[in-house]
Design a binder for this molecule. Structure first.
Ligand code: PAF
Length: 285
């Protein structure tokens, strides 16, 4: 497996793949690879002839008081994992390669970026759409693979691809969880043993809402309250948001009818974790 650091070399690699008539898949990541990323890579390898995984901790999607500097970086271990998953090349550019002096062009999706993580992390999605746009231009993949754990990110990127007429198929892969329900995340490494246990409150509260919906509850305020109550009972947890919106449009709803996104952002100690599930109203009372 190759590790490619320059945009010129990345383009050259992709040109060779095209010349050999191969399809190209891209798995954009910030590294600290876990089973969630590796699932994306394996699916990409099953669907495309040549798979590129990018590993780039993207400064423009972090706020000034966020964990850009502390974000876990381990290229050696990531490379081994990506190679074992079947990836042909890692694109690992420097910040200066991606954002040279004078860089001043950004891509911004309006509307759906103003809720959930977009509200809590101003500028975050502009950083995501800008860097993903750049990666799409550099690698020009046939397909790009993203995880449903970042449900809003997926919706924002789908909007961008549609609005900018990009000829790229976005493939969305379900959330990968630990055996006890915790969603896999690169940020889980920040958790102490006690916090790791406390973090189970995210998946537990989602399960509680799913059970309530299965039992016929459709009132959004009631469902939010159930989830909030469950999280509030965990002393190490501080809620950033518990929100329910129509899915995939993220429109405000009072009652479930059809599909809805239940999304959480919760701080466990200093670590901000997100999780979500899609609720589907069957029989409402
Ligand atoms: O989901 C992520 O890890 C990042 O937001 C992404 C898509 C790699 C862009 O930096």
């Amino acid at each position: 497996m190759l590790i490619i650091e320059s945009i010129a070399d990345m383009r050259q690699f992709v040109r060779q793949a095209w010349a050999a008539g191969k399809t190209v898949g891209l798995v954009p990541t910030m590294g600290a690879l876990h089973e969630g990323h590796l699932t994306l890579m394996r699916q990409a390898c099953a669907a495309c002839d040549v798979v590129v995984a990018s590993i780039f901790v993207n400064p423009t999607q972090f706020g000034p008081n966020e964990d850009f500097a502390a974000y876990p970086r381990d290229l050696a271990s990531d490379s081994e994992k990506a190679a074992a998953a079947g990836v042909a090349a890692i694109f690992h550019p420097s910040v200066a390669e991606m954002y040279p002096t004078g860089f001043s062009t950004y891509v911004r999706v309006e509307g759906i970026t103003e809720k959930l993580c977009g509200r809590s992390r101003p500028g975050h999605f502009q950083g995501v759409t800008t860097v993903v746009n750049k990666l799409f231009h550099i690698v020009q993949p046939d397909k790009a693979f993203f995880g449903q754990k970042d449900a809003q990110q997926v919706l924002v990127l789908q909007r961008m691809v549609q609005d900018l007429n990009m000829d790229i198929t976005l493939e969305v892969v379900p959330i990968v969880r630990e055996a006890d329900g915790l969603a896999k995340s690169s940020r889980n490494v920040y958790l102490s043993a006690e916090e790791r246990q406390a973090a189970l409150v995210l998946s537990r509260s989602l399960a509680r809402a799913q059970q309530a919906v299965a039992a016929g509850e459709c009132d959004v305020a009631v469902l939010r309250e159930l989830v909030t109550e469950e999280i509030a009972a965990q002393p190490l947890a501080a809620i950033d948001y518990v929100e329910l919106y129509g899915y995939p449009g993220l429109e405000d709803i009072d009652r479930l009818s059809g599909r809805a996104l239940l999304a959480l952002a919760v701080k466990i100690g200093k670590t901000r974790l997100i999780d979500n599930c899609i609720l589907e109203a069957k029989a409402c009372f």
